[in-house]
Design a protein around this ligand. Structure first.
Ligand SMILES: [Zn+2]
Length: 315
């Protein structure tokens, strides 16, 4: 999963006294319009997008190999670390086995430090033809420029020791310029469209393909307890059958419109036996339909850049 930690730690706005005079509201509206204009200039959607001949929909399985690093970021108690360990040592390999059974090529977003912790799992992913992509060094994007560069490089080096090449994509909040300079061609943490699109810097440079995902297609939202320090009344453990039907419906919506689906999984969440069984059933159902493509994120990103390069933004 990806979380912009600067925003999640922001002071709760309900604690602040609102200033609702007409002048302040007008100033706030102008600030919002300016922010919307800047964001709009950074985005480019692909109006005439089409998949390759014979493909009706692309499904990216994107697995965030957070393991115990995410537990540490949230300063969770020791027992919670165990679920990260399970994902690192057992869940990840179960997902690889599931994908291999169905000839699905997945993308594993890997924090660099994970390479030190679970090398056997990473070797299995690479041996099966899955993609390893950047997911920060310790699952955090530092603020200082020199640390950002350091973390991008350390993670690229760590991943390349397994793959033989630098990673081509990321799930992170680094500036586009740094990612492009490091050789990345795509990111996958946005939700501004249902289809692949482009993002750039504020001045329109350093375009990256964005492969959007949504928290509604993220296993952690349905199958985790204590999610980001949530209170007991906010716990949410769903039956796999319910999630199967929700995701099947989401898939069919995309199938009917010739769309795109990015299914975000975590080995410590979906690596549990009953959830692997649910995913097995979901993939079996999907595979009964014609025209479904299960590529890696890099393959989709290369396709976008080759066939529909950005027109407004600059790479
Ligand atoms: Zn993550």
């Amino acid at each position: 999963m990806t979380v912009d930690f600067t925003s999640t730690r922001r002071k709760d706005r309900r604690d602040e006294q609102p200033d609702s005079t007409p002048a302040s509201m007008q100033a706030e509206l102008l600030a919002l319009q300016e922010a919307a204009s800047i964001e709009s200039a950074r985005h480019e959607f692909i109006a005439d997008f089409r998949w390759p001949e014979g493909v009706r929909v692309a499904v990216n399985f994107t697995c965030d190999y957070d393991a115990m690093l995410l537990r540490r970021v949230f300063e969770e108690p020791a027992l919670q670390l165990a679920k990260g360990e399970f994902g690192g040592r057992v869940g990840a390999l179960r997902l690889v086995k599931l994908f291999d059974k169905h000839d699905v090529k997945a993308t594993f977003f890997v924090p660099g430090r994970i390479c030190e912790l679970y090398p056997a799992s990473l070797r299995a992913m690479v041996a099966s033809g899955h993609e390893l992509a950047d997911h920060m060094w310790e699952h955090q994007t530092p603020v200082a420029h020199r640390f950002q560069v350091d973390h991008i490089e350390k993670t690229a080096e760590a991943l390349s020791r397994f793959t033989g090449h630098r990673p081509r994509g990321t799930r992170s909040f680094y500036p586009n310029a740094l990612l492009r300079q490091a050789g990345h061609v795509y990111n996958s943490h946005g939700s501004a469209s249902l289809m692949p699109y482009y993002t750039g810097d504020a001045d329109g440079g350093h375009a990256l393909v964005e492969l959007p995902f949504h928290f509604a297609i993220d296993d952690a939202q349905f199958f985790t307890f204590g999610w980001i320090g949530s209170a007991p009344e906010a716990q949410h453990l769903s039956d796999p059958e319910r999630v199967l039907e929700l995701w099947w419906d989401a898939f069919m919506c995309q199938y009917e419109r010739g769309g795109y689906l990015n299914i975000c999984l975590h080995p410590y969440v979906s690596g549990r036996a009953m959830r692997i069984a649910m995913l097995d059933e979901l993939i079996l159902r999907i595979k009964k339909l014609d025209g479904v493509w299960f590529p890696t994120c890099e393959t989709v990103a290369r396709y976008c850049l080759d066939r529909f390069p950005p027109r407004k933004l600059r790479t």
